[in-house]
Design a protein around this ligand. Structure first.
Ligand code: FUB
Length: 305
């Protein structure tokens, strides 16, 4: 191999260990929760579809969930549909409301959390959970939603001491609650996440870095629209201190993200709508993210077209 060819491939591998943006093009994917399990990168996104002609389109048309894994550092493998809206034991049928999910591993079990509209048709979503011995399923779905929890966008944190926390909700109703060891029930009452800016909107994603708890989220500024921001705390239960933006607004509509360390580098996963040109048919993407020495996060400049 010639010297320059080698250099080209070396740089390519260094720059893109997560594939090319948008990450998949055969379907619309949004709200990407990335997770690294046993050194392998997975994404647990939601799925936007085009509403049927003449059908009543809900705000977002989201019928099911797929899981993706990164193969050979470049290709995202679609492991197929793992849950359809009409298979949710406690869910409203044909509601097209399968919003942002999350998945974590505790011991040798994977726990998949997802919000869906409940059978009684009430406005607030409930959060269901399924378990599997594999990161790509199949999952065994619990018959009932997690009691005591109402809201969207579950974000999970498994602390070093084995305690797990569920963050969820949108607008002013953003909560955190500890889970029991079985990961399917809460212990104690959910408490409001304190210290967030009033611009807080949705999209919880908590993680821990160098002993600090980072709580990241989407916030909306009237003059700018959706941006991704973060706050930190010395406790998973807060209160948090707002630290600023991770990403500026990249157009109208939503943004929803996750952050993982993979092969020694931090990656921010988020979504945009470069394929459809329509904010309700989104495509997941990723860009590298860096911390400054003081633990604050450098703003990410998305590699848009
Ligand atoms: O994808 C549906 C909803 O839009 C998500 O739950 C929010 O975070 C926003 O991305």
């Amino acid at each position: 191999m010639k010297k320059y060819t080698f250099l080209f491939y070396f740089c390519f591998i260094c720059i893109y260990t997560f594939g090319q943006n948008p990450l998949v093009t055969h379907m619309y994917t949004a709200d990407p929760t990335a997770r690294v399990f046993d050194d392998k990168l997975y994404i647990y996104p939601s799925h936007d579809i085009v509403p049927k002609p003449g059908g009543k389109a809900p705000k977002f048309c989201m019928p099911d969930y797929h899981i993706f894994s990164l193969e050979n550092g470049s290709t995202w493998k679609d492991h197929g549909r793992i849950l359809d809206q009409n298979e949710v034991p406690w869910g409203k049928k044909d509601a097209y409301g399968m919003w942002a999910p999350d998945c974590i591993k505790k011991g040798d079990t994977y726990y998949y959390y997802y919000p869906a509209p409940p059978e009684d048709g009430s406005f607030f979503r409930r959060i269901g959970v399924g378990t599997s011995k594999s990161p790509t399923g199949p999952f065994k779905w619990e018959e009932n939603y997690i009691a005591g929890v109402k809201g969207i966008d579950p974000g999970l944190l498994l602390d070093d001491n084995g305690k797990a926390y569920l963050y969820y909700g949108g607008g002013d109703d953003i909560y955190v609650v500890q889970l029991k060891d079985n990961m399917k029930e809460i212990t104690g009452k959910p408490i409001k996440v304190e210290g967030l800016p009033s611009s807080y909107k949705e999209g919880s994603f908590p993680f821990k870095h160098n002993g600090v708890y980072y709580y990241t989220f989407a916030h909306v500024f009237p003059e700018e629209g959706y941006t991704i921001g973060y706050a930190t705390s010395d406790s998973p239960l807060g209160p948090f201190t707002y630290k600023g933006k991770i990403m500026d607004n990249i157009g109208n509509g939503t943004n929803h993200h996750s952050i993982v360390k993979y092969k020694g580098k931090w990656i921010l996963f988020y979504h945009w709508w470069e394929i459809s040109g329509y904010s309700r048919l989104r495509s997941m993407r990723a860009d590298y993210m860096e911390f400054k020495e003081d633990g604050t996060i450098k703003k990410v400049k998305p590699t848009l077209r």
